[in-house]
Design a protein. Structure first.
Length: 349
């Protein structure tokens, strides 16, 4: 059925995008572990919370906050604003609220709403910044109930951390596009060529769909894969995806298979090289060809690279959506396919 064919082609492409997203996500996590953008973003977000009315950052209050035992236990070493990548990449909302409210009290002072309010409003107490104003507002709206004020501060912190998460997601999106484009070129994952091949090659399409169904059954709760490029590339090739490069001896590498085709050999014959006299043996025309695989004939590398570029870009843009998106879509497609009645096989005449 035509509809079934379209669905199977979709499954093949989604399966491919899911694997490519896993590769690039793993690379992105590796880069993140080295650059520690999450910790830097969180520190920047905390600075925004501790701004004063004049727009300057209350560095003294930030230092006091990060040195509070609840926060200091989340990162190794001493607090150093010059090295924000060494600071925590995540702060629990309850730890934030407790460190904020309890941090204004003197050692041994009872932790209650009255003492917290007095410490916040004392002439030489907490500095006048956004956090102080929010803490006082939380106490006012909670009618001096400390646990309710704490919940208010936790919600405020969560809301601000969503903005910090947005910073990270935007950066990650561009990283995934760059890594996805690099991976698409390195492995020659041309979405246009692959879609065309899946449309016309029934055996390849059926094999990939079977692999996709087994993959979904094996990972009912989602996927996470940190294997290297080479291993993933080999798996693609073993599945049969038309990807990869061919390296001719006397030319630049050419995207295969779109840039190369098997060299045609006359059936039942092969041509032996000329002998020392320059004459080709007459018996050569009747000899059978050897068992070696036919050679590839490749076109101009520049031409096929230009033709492959749109397919690489499509793959990179698809990768930006992330592995969870493609895996969820793959599950839906596989479930839809299981409800479609298979096309009856034609009987042999």
């Amino acid at each position: 059925m035509f509809g079934s064919t379209i669905l199977n082609v979709g499954i093949g492409l989604v399966f491919l995008f899911c694997f490519m997203s896993l590769v690039t996500s793993s690379l992105n996590e590796l880069i993140e572990s080295m650059l520690k953008h999450r910790a830097k973003n969180l520190y920047k977000g905390i600075q925004e919370l501790f701004r004063k009315d004049d727009g300057t950052v209350d560095t003294a209050s930030i230092e006091k906050f990060y040195k509070h035992p609840l926060i200091a236990s989340l990162y190794p070493g001493d607090y150093d604003p010059a090295k924000p990548h060494n600071l925590p990449s995540y702060i629990p909302k309850d730890s934030f609220a407790l460190a904020l409210l309890g941090g204004v009290l003197k050692p041994g002072e009872e932790f209650n709403a009255a003492n917290v309010r007095a410490a916040l409003t004392a002439p030489n107490g907490a500095a006048d910044n956004h956090v102080k104003k929010m803490a006082l507002l939380a106490l006012d709206t909670a009618e001096n109930k400390l646990d309710t004020a704490q919940k208010t501060l936790e919600g405020w912190f969560d809301g601000n951390m969503e903005r910090v998460a947005g910073w990270y997601k935007r950066r990650t999106g561009w990283w995934l596009f760059a890594l996805g484009l690099a991976a698409s070129i390195l492995l020659n994952v041309d979405a246009i060529t692959i879609a065309g091949r899946l449309t016309t090659d029934d055996k390849l399409r059926d094999a990939i769909v079977a692999q996709a169904e087994a993959f979904v059954q094996k990972h009912p709760d989602g996927v996470k894969d940190d294997r290297a490029f080479k291993e993933i590339s080999e798996e693609f090739k073993s599945i049969g995806y038309p990807i990869g490069w061919h390296w001719p001896k006397d030319s630049w590498p050419v995207p295969a298979p779109q840039g190369c085709e098997l060299k045609k050999v006359a059936a039942g014959t092969t041509q032996k090289p000329a002998d020392a006299s320059g004459q080709t043996p007459a018996a050569a025309a009747t000899e059978k060809p050897d068992d070696a695989a036919p050679a590839l004939e490749c076109g101009d590398a520049g031409e096929y690279i230009a033709l492959a570029l749109p397919g690489w870009l499509i793959t990179a843009l698809a990768i930006m959506l992330g592995a969870p998106f493609w895996f969820d879509l793959l599950q839906k497609f596989v479930n839809i396919r299981s409800t479609i009645k298979p096309e009856p096989k034609k009987k042999a005449p």
